[in-house]
Design a protein around this ligand. Structure first.
Ligand SMILES: C[S@@+](CC[C@H](N)C(=O)[O-])C[C@H]1O[C@@H](n2cnc3c(N)ncnc32)[C@H](O)[C@@H]1O
Length: 274
């Protein structure tokens, strides 16, 4: 499916047009299409570090873990929301903080969406390219999306950041943000093994800005049982890995099976007419 999203130059914000092997703006800023198919639209001044975002090791663990299907119910739920809250038969869908592209590719397949996957991690975007050739994969930052105003039907944020003003800019009137974030009990059994003290925090999506109205905000829970290698991958892909003590890591690395709670929020914000 041809991807008709309109891109803008990350340097001067004028329209980008596709040439044979690159994108070029009205001021002749040129961005090559990489061999794998992605486009790098992250100017050096928008990078917070040399290689921002998740590392290759975390991304590989994430890919192995997601391939097990343990988060399939979450993926199905997001596809349900995209189908329910967009009118177009091929909604232009921007997955922001797409990681290694698991949810982006699923939304293209299950919702016939015209997808754009964006992540600040070049390694993540490179890996994503293998998931689908018809998705437009971009290295870019969520805070300055290289996407023209009012051109998208949906902005997706799966366990990723939600910048309501910037996402409102790229959405058409009536377009929506679909956001999934973790709930307070998410992986709580793991936290009890890793930390001496676990502080109960009430996690909830941020308040909705005046540009949106909330169409849905629900929490979901289910249990999953992980074997030893799934557990190691889950640890690697979460921030807990970087905080864990050696003895506790060894304990977890020798755990054969663990039942864990998955607890998440799914929220849909619909952009008001302006
Ligand atoms: C927890 S991961 C979630 C990845 C993917 N959505 C998933 O659920 O598998 C968060 C992602 O956001 C990306 N990220 C962090 N800051 C970002 C930013 N400013 N702009 C775009 N992506 C960002 C990270 O590189 C990472 O891939």
């Amino acid at each position: 499916m041809e991807n008709k999203i309109k891109l803008i130059c990350p340097l001067c914000r004028t329209d980008l047009s596709k040439a044979e092997k690159s994108y070029v703006c009205e001021n002749n800023h040129t961005f090559d299409i990489a061999r794998q198919g992605y486009v790098h639209l992250l100017p050096v001044q928008n990078k917070r570090s040399l290689s921002p975002g998740d590392s290759r090791e975390m991304l590989n663990a994430r890919r192995r873990f997601l391939q097990t299907g343990k988060y399939q119910p979450i993926c199905d739920n997001v596809a349900r929301a995209l189908n329910q809250y967009t009118d177009s038969p091929n909604p232009v869908t921007v997955d922001i903080g797409c990681g290694e592209g698991y949810y982006t590719a699923a939304l293209e397949q299950n919702c016939n969406a015209r997808c754009i996957g964006i992540d600040i991690s070049k390694d993540g975007v490179k890996m994503s390219c293998s998931r689908s050739k018809s998705i437009l994969w971009l290295v870019a930052t969520a805070s300055h999306l290289p996407i023209k105003d009012r051109s998208a039907d949906a902005a997706i944020a799966m366990f990723s950041l939600v910048l309501q003003d910037e996402y409102a800019r790229i959405l058409k009137d009536g377009g929506c943000i679909i956001e999934v974030c973790v709930g307070s009990d998410h992986l709580k059994e793991l936290k009890y093994i890793i930390y001496d003290e676990v502080f109960e925090q009430h996690k909830h999506p941020d308040p909705c800005s005046e540009k949106f109205e909330e169409s849905e905000c629900s929490e979901y829970r289910y249990k999953m049982t992980l074997d030893n290698s799934e557990l190691k991958d889950l640890l690697l892909m979460t921030p807990h890995f970087w905080r864990i003590h050696k003895e506790r890591r060894e304990k977890l690395e020798s755990t054969e099976k663990l039942e864990l709670t998955v607890h998440y929020w799914l929220r849909v914000l619909k952009k008001k007419k302006t």
